[in-house]
Write a protein that binds this ligand. Structure first.
Ligand SMILES: [Ca+2]
Ligand SMILES: [Ca+2]
Length: 378
């Protein structure tokens, strides 16, 4: 027997979607069965459900007092945002709002699928939010708010090329944490995600929108000093940024997400937040042996192994990593050739840092590797 509409008013169901780090959209198939929608892809910054039947409904036997639940949502192209509910819905058109406000969000529904047209389309990697309400056939409504970054149709493919894991205060060889990438396939960096993790902590960075051409160099600085000169080079001027390790040759970006693990850690690249990984490296203190006793690292390593990006034992071992004895004066360099995994990596001599230049040890040419006057000691 149906529950009454009145009890529905007294006890509205609340639901919540798990919020992902930083918010984000992700591609997902709109062609498969319902169970395939259940992955926690979306970035609901907040999600509220509420029951608000018409007064007339309260007086009638009500079979459905449950507001529609969201099974999945996200973008698979820049011009639309789709939301799948667990029952047929109709959008409450006047409730829809989008940020940035220049984009108009126009909802339409077919069965349980609500499709919101975005005009103009969300820009690749741009921070967006969409709010609105949907009503089921019994008049129960669900209000939602999604935060995500605009879908990137052609993400730049970044390959990790060099890592400075720690900062030092050397007068002659001053460096701070950075990851250098070569651009293997040109595209937009908007929404491309880099994650770096120690045994206990994961840091995430999502690039802003920027066109990056093939064979160019991108450097992500992970231990900025907070200088005004540390600016993201998203435009044509590659010499815009100052700061330690900024170069005129490379495209510099800065993040305060956190430093790179000095000795044992993992870095991976995703084409978009929560998307599949496309590159990775696992470096380990040569003193560590045996099974990787960190669920966080093991999870990432299994992901990299499945994607053929870094071969690992099952379960992963510390010996699967690139072994080294860390030094804040020495970078890690990657070779172009060889099988993926530890064999592609080597420890560079002190002074072979070359952020912004693909080849090791050539930072003197065209690089502003030393600190700008007035900056603090690292
Ligand atoms: Ca630069
Ligand atoms: Ca380099």
């Amino acid at each position: 027997m149906g529950r009454s509409g009145l009890s529905g008013m007294l006890g509205p169901e609340a639901a919540s979607l798990k919020r992902s780090s930083g918010g984000g959209s992700c591609p997902y198939p709109f062609t498969s069965g319902r169970n395939a929608w259940l992955w926690p892809c979306l970035a609901a910054a907040a999600f509220m459900a509420a029951c608000s039947p018409d007064p007339s409904d309260i007086l009638l036997p009500a079979g459905d007092i449950r507001p529609p639940s969201i099974l999945d949502a996200g973008q698979s192209d820049p011009g639309t945002f789709k939301i799948l509910f667990d029952e047929n819905v109709q959008p409450i058109i006047q409730s829809f709002a989008f940020d940035p406000a220049a984009t108009r969000a126009t909802p339409d529904s077919e069965g349980a699928l609500l499709t919101v047209s975005l005009d103009p389309a969300a820009a690749a990697g741009e921070a967006c939010s969409l709010s609105g309400e949907a009503r089921d056939e019994s008049g129960n409504t669900t209000r939602f708010l999604f935060s995500f970054v605009g879908y990137n149709e052609k993400p730049a493919l970044l390959r990790i090329n060099e890592i400075q894991t720690g900062k030092n205060s050397s007068a002659s060889n001053l460096h701070r944490d950075y990851v250098e990438f070569t651009v293997e396939e040109g595209g937009n960096t908007g929404g491309v995600q880099v994650q770096w993790a120690s045994s206990v902590k994961t840091m995430s960075y999502t690039f802003p929108p920027c066109e990056a051409v093939k064979n160019s160099i991108v450097v992500l600085h992970c231990a900025p000093e907070g200088l005004p000169s540390e600016v993201d080079e998203t435009g044509p001027d590659l010499s815009l940024s100052g700061g330690v390790d900024a170069s005129a040759a490379g495209r510099d970006f800065w993040t305060e997400a956190g430093g790179i693990p000095d000795e044992t850690g993992l870095i991976l690249v995703r084409l978009r937040e929560e998307g599949q990984s496309v590159d990775g490296v696992f470096f380990v203190s040569s003193a560590k042996t045996g099974e990787v006793d960190s669920a966080k690292l093991s999870g990432f390593l299994e992901e990299l192994t499945i994607a053929d990006l870094w071969p690992c034992s099952s379960p992963p071992l510390w010996e699967d990593g690139f072994p080294w004895k860390s030094s804040a004066s020495k970078p890690l360099h990657r070779n172009r050739d060889g099988e993926v995994g530890a064999g592609q990596w080597q420890v560079g001599e002190s002074g072979t840092q070359s952020p912004g230049i693909a080849a090791p040890g050539k930072s003197a040419a065209g690089s502003k590797k030393t600190r700008k006057s007035g900056s603090k000691t690292g």
